[in-house]
Design a protein around this ligand. Sequence first.
Ligand code: 7RM
Length: 656
Amino acid sequence: MRDIDVLLQEHRKFPPSDDFRSHAAITDRSLWDAASADYERYWAGEAARLEWMKPWTQVLDWKPPHAQWFTGGKLNAAANCVDRHVRPSTGSRRNKAAIIWEGEPGDRRTLTYWDLFIEVSKFANVLRQLGVKKGDRVAIYLPMVPEAAIAMLACARIGAIHSVVFGGFAPESLRDRINDAEAKVLITADGGYRRGGIVPLKRSADKALEECPSIEHVVVVRRRAGADGDEAFATMQDGRDHWWHRLMQRAPIACEPEPMDAEDVLYILYTSGTTGKPKGIVHTTGGYLTGCATTMRQVFDLREDDVFFCTADVGWVTGHSYVVYGPLANGATVLMYEGAPDWPEKDRMWDLCERHGATILYTAPTAIRAFMKWGSEWVTKHDLSSLRLLGSVGEPINPEAWIWYQQNVGGGRCPVVDTWWQTETGAIVISPVPGVTETKPGSATQPLPGYFPEILNNDGKPVPVGGGLLTLTKPWPSMLRTIWNDDPRYVETYFSKWTDRPDLYFAGDGARRDDEGYYWLLGRVDDVLNIAGHRIGTMEVESALVEHPSVAEAAVVGKTHDVKGQAITAFVTLREGKTGGHDLREELRDFVAQKIGAIARPDDVLFSADLPKTRSGKIMRRLLRDIAEGRALGDITTLADPNVVAQLKEQYEGSE
Ligand code: 7RM
């Protein structure tokens, strides 16, 4: 196999502005120097900012591919995220907002750190009363409501392992996750609001629970009106099901946090791999919290009065690390929103930012491209002057989308941080540090201090400049420890790519490093195109398409071709008001060829109102390949909206 070719040339650069730098916490490279000189010592220094009940005896115990960090140390994640901030002292944050929440219908709640302390302590006692003990698993299937964060922290407080399942998942997915973890308790809600409708979580949970023998109790948050919720959305089973608010009425407040070993499991989070069976990614306490807290401060240049708006659901790792653990470990204020970004209108995000004075916005390229598609009028009608920093996560961000975000949302004034990381890494790995890094649109730039990525080719040879496979060459504190119940799969998936180097973590992403050491993520390795022997990442062809003024979003796949091996089929979503046809199709084919080379000229261009995406917004190119090849569709259980592929398939087959 050849290395990955490089086609896209992007030369724009944005150094940190003097204005931003003059207020930034980190403005030089001394942290990188310290971390490169002695990375264990560097991470120990960062870990020491947390509150430990007992100091560790060893920073790192690395027996590839298994790492233990801060061994012998004891701490509690909830005590670090809550108790620490409410102790009487000068600078206590007891009256500071921890969570500012807004429901989709417009209802609002603000929890101070003191409120959060009371709620978490009480719910921890509720869990104990239900028989939950240290090491037991608790499944959480909730909408984006404060109770989601409270439940996670309550588990952490008593040493129970939480497994959050995204509220948009179907009963079968919930069932499989509960059963794999053998959860004892499920926490859900009667419903959650989405686009004006109600997602009937309890009904889905009841269906799942028909085949979940491990569940002993179900706690139900009341989101619907009525003293005991709304019967239509929650029928309560005697003995098994309990209303959250009823249990909380009787719960005592005092609850000592459980001293946890640094390597005790904090949570399991399932991620669907390329094959059917989801992997339960396991994170432990000390290293994970160190990674989240450190990167939160560095990447977002966190300040005491920030209002941090991370739009990710707590069902994804981004919600774990940057709605709950990272911000709260630092005593920050987070803004949490329940519903859809286009409800009741396409300016809901900007309305939220304006009314709550958000200072940092952290969202995904898929959302940014949707905002682009809807048009900048929705953005510019709001006063977004409170924003000072913008972040992106989840997919490669095309340079055009990056520039649009910087100009229209950031008013040209806010640095943009494109943050690369994974459920498996637990925390951000490659990202600008906004007071230091000169950014380049489309590049996640360089590793944060204490992380050591490299690009290797298929044979494990370093590619100092050029395209190849992204690897992390040293362990890091917030790395996954294993896959729940399946350590062989952990070894096989992440540490078996280069057989003579069982210490190298394989991320599964293609990337290139430029001559300044900047990383450009090219897409998943499984999606790489192979045109006449040239291996091309999906990101570059898609970015070329998105540069065209009519295009909002694009996904490209390789389709078997007699001569070239593969030919490119492009699926394209147009901006509002644009229509596709023969002329535009030809124009786009030429446009790509002209931008990045004839080798990348798509054979087919298909216009589509939407692209198939996972529930977290990642484009599922595997299904587009099935469509392009005229095959039956593979596993579609992780798809957000099955109608999208059904329509595309019909349209594609009709066009041939
Ligand atoms: C945080 C998260 C991980 C995969 C990862 C990449 C892709 C995420 C970026 C990115 C390019 C980025 N966790 N990815 N961030 N690709 N640039 N800034 O998304 O486990 O759900 O997904 O997402 O392919 O491997 S995840």
